[in-house]
Design a protein around this ligand. Structure first.
Ligand code: SAH
Length: 403
């Protein structure tokens, strides 16, 4: 046993018994042994029965990040090392990851490592830290990553907003400085199913590239032969280039980020065999406005992709997000040629697949279009969903035939 013990309120032990890795402050009756934030604690039920072990942080709403349900497993250096090695081993034997050198090696709770995301880009690693527990273990986690993958370097990035929650408001300067590690300032080149992409490890969005959409880009390419394609929320053009590889005759990437579009242009040059006789455009615009302009001009596309950023970050935002998704998809559907394809996504975890389908249904009704789901899509296999942590499932997509 650790010296500090967290005792749960009566009737609040269910989620811990079901191995859910997050313990909320509201479930705690008392804490004995005076642990400091970041220390390892044992968790017992109301009657003192041992349930689990984790890292406490009373500044955070998620007061304990649970790490093990095995009483004999101590949370020491060897523990973190084992967890990192296991996460990497899971990907190494995954046949879906053979066609790329850009892989999510660690996916937080799904790999038993709350607050740690590690993406690999052609020999470089980008680590994103979002919990005090992961921050405390960072030196040993870094060691383990170096040992297991021998990267060219590890770039550390923060999810400032989430980390601020963990540090009671402001992220201490020491954390900020240590996380601003030296990193390649030029984009580096990665490969995905024979295509090449530039990824900016320091300044790109998230960790630099949306790896979760990897398989979906390949799925969608299959619908793009001879097609005109609107790639809404294109970021650096990954869907667009896969569409060209699938035989699209015209691709329009639309994004509000000039920096992302600059890389989208450069990504075309990297794949020069895709250019011959095709049109590839990058438009800096708000997708909502741009779709309305297209509709006003009565311009249509065979394939429309909509991959917006997260609209809902917590349950309180679901209603507003639902309206935004409906609005976007209504207008998006309106510019699909009869018999064409709408590929629509939501990465808001709190909007589940059933709700998302209902939203797309409302959009179709309002657009006066008949829509059929022909494929359901989700996040790639290097973003697995641990069954005891279903919240890990966040990305859903529908490929619809629109008439
Ligand atoms: N499909 C991309 C990832 C999209 S991420 C891929 O596979 O790589 C979402 C993108 O939407 C970001 O690039 C962001 O810059 C852009 N974005 C956010 N709000 C926007 C808006 N209102 N209009 C246009 N682009 C927007």
């Amino acid at each position: 046993m650790s010296s500090a013990v967290v005792v749960l309120k009566s009737g609040r032990d269910r989620s811990v018994r079901q191995r859910h890795p997050r313990l909320f402050a509201s479930a705690i009756k008392e804490v004995s042994g005076k642990p400091r934030d970041g220390d390892v604690v044992d968790v017992t039920d109301n009657k003192g029965e041992w349930l689990a072990r984790g890292v406490i942080n009373r500044q955070a709403q998620i007061a304990v990040r649970l790490l093990t349900w095995d009483r004999d497993e101590t949370v020491d250096e060897a523990f973190w090392r084992r967890r990192v090695h296991a996460a990497i081993a899971r990907r190494k034997c995954d046949p879906a990851l053979k066609h790329t050198d850009a892989i999510r090696w660690v996916f937080g709770e799904s790999d038993g490592l709350p607050g740690l995301i590690v993406d690999g880009y052609a020999g470089w690693l980008v680590a994103e830290i979002s919990t005090l527990a992961a921050w405390r273990a960072l030196p040993i986690l870094t060691d383990a990553l170096n040992e297991a993958l021998a990267p060219r370097g590890i770039v550390q990035r923060t999810d400032e907003e989430r980390l601020a929650h963990e540090f009671g408001g402001a992220v201490p300067r020491t954390v900020r400085e240590a996380l601003n590690d030296e990193a390649p300032s030029d984009p580096i080149e990665i490969h995905e199913r024979g295509l090449r992409f530039w990824v900016n490890l320091c300044r790109g969005q998230k960790t630099g590239f949306y790896l979760d959409q990897r398989d979906n880009r390949a799925r969608l390419a299959a619908y793009c032969a001879e097609a005109t394609v609107l790639n809404g929320f294109s970021y650096t053009g990954a869907f667009g280039l896969h569409a060209l590889a699938g035989g699209a005759v015209r691709v329009v990437n639309v994004d509000s980020s000039r920096e992302a579009l600059a890389l989208a242009e450069r990504n075309l040059l990297l794949n020069d065999d895709l250019q011959a006789g095709r049109r590839y455009e990058c438009v800096e615009a708000d997708v909502f406005d741009y779709l309305r302009d297209l509709r006003a001009r009565d311009e249509r596309f065979d394939v429309v992709i909509l991959d917006p950023p997260k609209f809902a970050h917590h349950p309180g935002q679901i209603e507003r997000a639902a309206r935004a998704y409906k609005d976007l998809n209504r207008v998006g559907m309106g510019i699909v040629n009869r018999g064409g394809i709408l590929a629509t996504f939501s990465c808001s975890g709190v909007v589940d697949a059933a709700l998302f389908q209902k939203i797309i249904f409302s959009a179709a009704l309002e657009a006066g279009r008949e829509a059929r789901i022909i494929e359901r899509l989700t996040q790639a296999s290097d973003h697995p969903v641990l069954l005891s942590f279903p919240e890990a499932e966040y990305l859903k997509g529908l490929i619809c035939r629109i008439e």
